[in-house]
Design a protein around this ligand. Structure first.
Ligand code: NI
Length: 181
């Protein structure tokens, strides 16, 4: 496994919709996913999308830490290939997000509270889930990467766009700002 270079905001690959994977079970996709996991762990992220490692394919990896869920049950690391999603209802909620491709910064982003999503796993089998809250937020953030969208483009109030260090000075170390995806 290899730790790959992470593209940052401004890179063309982050602004371009990614291409569908022809065969989710191909060995090169398994290799890509292994490298993405390694890169994500090295950077301290909880999710990563292939365009963030400069590969323009519709592949995302994410997990939800158990301390971020209301029932204390985390979501194990999930690989999603050629995913699709839709909102289940119009409700949205705001929360701070961070991104490995926008290092050192954070901003408040509205996301749908409840969604359905599906995609293929590395074995080619379909994964289909309903997600709420933080889980739903992580999925929307990652799948946006596959459409060439970064979280600042989803923000409604740019006055909340901030350097994480500055905001933490004001809000204290416990503030939930630093999840990087
Ligand atoms: Ni991101």
């Amino acid at each position: 496994m290899t730790v790959l270079d992470i593209a940052r905001m401004g890179a063309q690959v982050l602004r371009t919709p990614a291409e569908r994977v022809a065969d989710p079970t191909a060995p090169e996709i398994a290799q890509l996913v292994a490298d993405m996991k390694e890169t994500m762990a090295a950077a301290g992220g909880i999710g990563i999308a292939a365009p963030q490692v400069r590969v323009p394919l519709r592949v995302a990896v994410f997990g939800v830490p158990e301390e971020r869920t209301e029932d204390g049950v985390g979501l194990p690391l999930t690989v999603l290939i050629n995913p699709e999603w839709e909102p289940l209802g119009p409700e949205m909620e705001e929360a701070y997000e961070g991104c490995l491709s926008v290092p050192g910064m954070t901003g408040s982003v509205p996301r749908y509270t409840r969604i359905a999503y599906r995609g293929a796993g590395l074995d080619g089998a379909t994964i289909e889930r309903v997600a709420e809250g933080y889980h739903a937020r992580v999925v929307q953030h990652e799948l946006d990467h596959l459409d060439g969208i970064l979280y600042p483009q989803r923000m409604k109030d740019l006055s909340t766009f901030a350097y994480t260090e500055e905001l933490r000075r004001e809000l204290g170390p416990e503030a939930e700002l630093e999840d990087v995806e």
